[in-house]
Design a protein around this ligand. Structure first.
Ligand code: NAP
Length: 490
């Protein structure tokens, strides 16, 4: 069994306490690795190393071209080792291998994209009154603490690390304790690609022992967090004590809206892909499927038929389209929401644990893809994030009803609209309060375009040029061009 160490100040180290955490394969419950169960002393070492790298060793002053080249090398490393990284991701998280391959490829794209952007960081020259000139300079924020969840372990981490390094920041990363393995494997490559000592550090452990001390540490300038709204609120509160910059990518309850004129075959696929991708463990899952009355029954029936064909199994099996949930906690939570749903709405398909699993997977955390229909938008299954393969189908009549129901949620991460009428599509896009709205698709998140939430889904943006801005401060330089005395005290 593989035993991993933290990566602090360019060295591999056990937790100061010597304690470890077990890492499991959710398809079998077998313990597959151990990682350090770190605490505040380990966080402190990592933050001090990052501070030194930032304040004294010259990482922010390293020419942007050279920083960019290091990022390109990491992208190449990811491509070279993609097969192994994807297998590790699937084994640790549960997701089907094809999905893990897509995630790993996107992690590579991320380094390539931000490697290119490193040389394009620039300020402006501004028009100001009097005989003066104003410039803006963009400068790195400093030391960034980065805390990530378990649903896209490698992607979520690297979409924070790549822009931070491009900007000239130093990082301390905390992977989710359930799914640290792909990050730990890639860390070997990051070291090999020439990132200087202390610039990139990884501290493993739980949210309470590592995450919170990182948020509280006065040596950290910025916290980038992806995870639940509940923990996001705690982080915002704690970060206020040291007035850290904070970006929060939180949960969602995203509407996936189907108008009667949508392409019917696309609609079936789009609704299922929207919510069942990654076992439904997707922040932007289209878990509320809003269907216009004329096609409501027909689309529901078609979705049910197609759902019955979804092949559930271990992620590494080539025909698997849905793997296990990530952990016992997540499994219990999703099954308890399914029980709530049985009381609140009508069950169309699924609703429990799949039968006929291979013998070695009988203890895995598998849940059937589940569809509830005639769901009231006030029901708990329509309001609360389940984070599993559970769809709530809600009928609507008019266009304005769709937007009203869609926006009736505390969240605002994502939404999708399906129609062949471009005017209706664009009206709906404008009326939806969400950080991303897809038209005739759901879930693509190209690294070149921004990602983030409205409302209680968080603030700040990752990916695209906006993702780089999160790691940059703006300095205003005012230059007086007049050589006479200012003349106030004359
Ligand atoms: P979570 O429980 O909030 O955990 C996320 C990360 O925060 C983990 O690394 C966790 O550590 C750590 N953490 C937990 N308690 C903490 C604390 N008190 N202080 C500091 N850190 C703490 O969320 P999750 O269950 O892993 O992930 C699912 C959630 O993430 C969902 O709500 C989902 O919508 C959201 N998400 C959002 C996006 C987005 O882009 N908006 C993307 C993906 C996921 P440990 O788990 O190791 O203890």
């Amino acid at each position: 069994m593989q035993v991993y160490k933290n990566y602090i100040d360019g060295e591999w180290a056990d937790a100061a306490s010597g304690k470890t955490l077990d890492v499991i394969n959710p398809a079998t419950r077998e313990v597959i690795a151990r990682v350090p169960d770190s605490g505040p002393a380990d966080v402190d070492r990592a933050v001090k190393a990052a501070r030194r790298a930032f304040d004294q060793d010259g990482w922010p002053q390293t020419p942007a071209r050279d920083r960019g080249r290091i990022l390109f090398r990491i992208a190449e490393y990811i491509r070279r080792t993609a097969g192994r990284l994807a297998e590790i991701e699937t084994t640790n998280n549960g997701k089907p291998l094809a999905e893990a391959q897509g995630d790993v490829s996107d992690a590579g794209n991320c380094f390539e994209y931000y490697g290119g952007l490193a040389t394009k960081i620039h300020g402006d020259v501004l028009t100001v009154p009097d005989n003066a000139m104003a410039l803006t300079l963009k400068e790195p924020v400093g030391v960034a603490g980065q805390i990530v969840p378990w649903n896209y372990p490698l992607m979520m981490a690297m979409q924070k690390v790549a822009p931070a390094l491009a900007a000239g920041c130093a990082c301390v990363l905390k992977p989710a304790s359930q799914t640290p393995l792909s990050v730990m494997e890639l860390t070997k490559g990051i070291e090999e690609c020439g990132v200087p000592r202390g610039v990139f550090n990884v501290v493993n452990g739980t949210g309470g022992n590592v995450g919170m001390p990182l948020v509280a540490h006065p040596g950290v300038d910025k916290i980038a967090f992806t995870g639940s709204s509940e923990v996001g609120r705690l982080i915002m509160r704690e970060a206020s004590a040291t007035v850290k910059r904070v970006s929060l990518e939180l949960g969602g309850k995203s509407p996936n809206i189907f108008f009667a004129d949508a392409d019917f075959e696309q609609a079936i696929e789009g609704a299922l892909f929207g919510v069942f991708l990654n076992q439904g463990e997707v922040c932007s899952a289209g878990s509320r499927v809003l269907v216009q009355e004329p096609i409501y029954r027909k689309l529901l029936d078609a979705m049910v038929e197609k759902t019955k064909e979804i092949k559930i199994g271990p992620g590494l099996a080539p025909d698997t389209k849905m793997g296990p949930l990530v952990s016992q906690d997540q499994y219990d939570k999703v099954l308890s929401y399914i029980e709530i749903g049985k009381k609140e709405a009508k069950l169309a398909v699924g609703g429990g644990r799949p039968k006929d699993l291979p013998k070695e997977n009988e203890r895995g955390f598998f849940v059937e893809p589940t569809i509830f229909y005639d769901v009231d938008n006030r029901a708990r299954i329509a309001r609360e994030e389940i984070f599993g393969p559970v769809m709530s189908v809600i009928p609507f009549d008019k266009e304005e009803d769709a937007c009203r129901i869609a926006n009736d949620t505390p969240f605002g991460l994502a939404a999708a609209v399906w129609t062949r009428d471009i005017f209706k599509a664009l009206r709906t896009v404008r009326n939806l309060r969400a950080g991303i709205v897809w038209v005739n698709h759901m879930q693509p998140a190209p690294v070149e375009a921004p990602w983030g939430g409205y409302k209680q889904s968080g603030f700040g943006r990752e990916l695209g040029p906006h993702g780089l801005d999160e790691y940059l401060e703006v300095k205003h330089v005012y230059i007086n061009l007049d050589d006479r005395p200012i003349g106030w005290y004359k």
